[in-house]
Design a binder for this molecule. Structure first.
Ligand code: AMP
Ligand code: GLY
Length: 423
């Protein structure tokens, strides 16, 4: 198979690494990729949201399968565009069309979907400028803290959690006034859920599904979950507190009703689904859907799959997922993210990374790197994810921290408490 993978972060390096080991692979391209993906694939300089260029490349290179890493092209309708072009009748696409991608692209759509299909989630009110007064009254009635979410994609920054009702009302007006651009023209106000967060990853062909694993990521930049939100500072899988009983509830109350709900609504869906969950006293509630894999969760989830990934994705495309086995490796995996000085604020770029060849026990996935001559340079806020396996979580963490310490670049930072809260 000839494969094109869109994206250029740690998620894509982990996917590219796994795909490069598939016996079904003839040629793998990654667009735009990074210094890590160039070790296992050929990078091509195409923006994932440049649908025309993607289409031309697919045609010219006789690509059999397109895998979409990030959400933006999906929400903008890359599948719809390629299908409507009529130029790629046999192309397999991993990722939903625009209608399914609205599960991530519109919080309001996701909330209405969950209400319609009885999927547990926080109570909410959807507010625009037309019902602002109703929104403010709702905020006053709520117990603190108040949760405000911009409806559309806001690069992970569209969620505010505010205690004071007057401040919440001010923020609501700012959001509706354009603080997050078009994404905030509609705001979802939610009840605050108290519990522990985790994510569950699945692949579906729209009828059957395979659970790829549960993971926990660490979103805040500082140790003890303090400081600003980031894309994710580390991840572990599986999640010790997600036992068999909890996982059964997730499948019965969330995963199955979601896939059946999509079918009932006439929305075809072929791709990954990421269920962002809160474990509230042993019961799962959906915080958000994503229509892609998580980053850095992919860096721990994908290496655990004891399956030929292209065979699995091919079966998914053909609607034959039911016939596939998807075994998970025993033990645990942990990933530690090395970030650039300043991240998640304005950060430094262009520093030389050394020590990559000294890593022995971990997989090194590049998140924000580029190569120049023979050197690997930092080019993003999240730079390298160091992912290791262990029979216990402790062992996995020890190995990834041990190897993380060998990789150097100016300004390097990482959290030293990944996985500590669940042991
Ligand atoms: P989201 O972009 O919807 O994932 O929200 C970002 C983060 O805000 C989540 O990862 C949670 O930590 C937090 N959050 C969102 N919604 C809620 C909620 N209803 N209750 C508690 N925390 C929430
Ligand atoms: N790590 C969270 C995400 O990918 O959205």
């Amino acid at each position: 198979m000839r494969v094109l993978l869109l994206g250029g972060g740690g998620r894509e390096h982990a996917l590219a690494w796994k795909i490069s080991r598939s016996k079904r692979l003839t040629k793998l391209h990654v667009a735009p990729g990074n210094a890590g993906t160039s070790q296992v694939a050929e990078n091509v300089n195409i923006r994932p949201t440049d649908f025309e260029e993607v289409s031309r490349f697919v045609e010219r290179e006789a690509i059999d399968m397109l895998i979409v890493g990030p959400e933006e092209p999906l929400v903008e309708g890359i599948r719809d565009y390629l299908e409507a072009s009529g130029k790629h009748p046999s192309l397999a696409i991993v990722g939903p069309g625009r209608a399914g991608a609205a599960l991530e692209g519109s919080k309001e759509f996701a909330k209405a979907f969950m209400a319609r299909h009885g999927i547990p989630t926080a109570a909410h009110l959807s507010v625009t400028r037309e019902n602002l007064a109703e929104g403010i009254a709702f905020l006053q009635r709520q117990r603190p803290p108040r949760v405000l979410k911009a409806d559309g994609l806001a690069a992970g920054k569209g969620v505010l959690i505010v205690d004071d009702p007057a401040e919440a009302a001010r923020e609501l007006e700012l959001m509706l006034g354009g603080k997050f651009g078009k994404a905030g023209e509609r705001v979802v106000i939610e009840e605050f859920l108290r519990g522990i967060e985790l994510s569950v990853f699945a692949l579906t062909d729209g009828r059957d599904y395979k659970i790829l694993g549960a993971a926990k990521d660490y979103k805040r930049v500082g140790e003890g979950d303090t400081g600003l939100n980031t894309g994710g500072m580390g991840a572990i899988t599986p999640v010790p507190f997600a036992d068999a009983a909890f996982n059964r509830k997730v499948e019965e109350r969330v995963v199955i009703p979601t896939i059946e709900g999509l079918r009932a609504d006439g929305i075809p869906y072929k791709g990954f689904i990421f269920f962002g969950l809160m474990n509230v006293g042993g019961d799962p509630f959906v915080i958000e859907y994503n229509v892609r894999l998580g980053d850095p969760e992919t860096e721990v989830v994908i290496p655990r799959l004891n399956v030929d990934l292209l065979s699995l994705l091919d079966a998914m495309d053909k609607g034959l997922l039911r016939e596939m086995d998807c075994e998970l490796e025993a033990g645990y995996r942990a990933a530690v993210m090395l970030t650039a000085g300043g991240y998640p604020g304005p950060y430094e770029k262009g520093h030389v990374i050394t020590g990559l060849d000294d890593v022995r026990e971990s997989l090194v996935f590049h998140a924000g790197t580029t190569s120049r001559d023979d050197a690997v340079l930092t080019s993003g806020g999240r730079v390298i994810a160091v992912s290791a396996r262990g029979d216990t979580l402790e062992e996995a963490l020890q190995r990834s921290y041990n190897d993380a310490e060998k990789i150097h670049f100016e300004g390097r930072y990482y959290r030293r408490d990944i996985g500590r809260d669940v042991k």
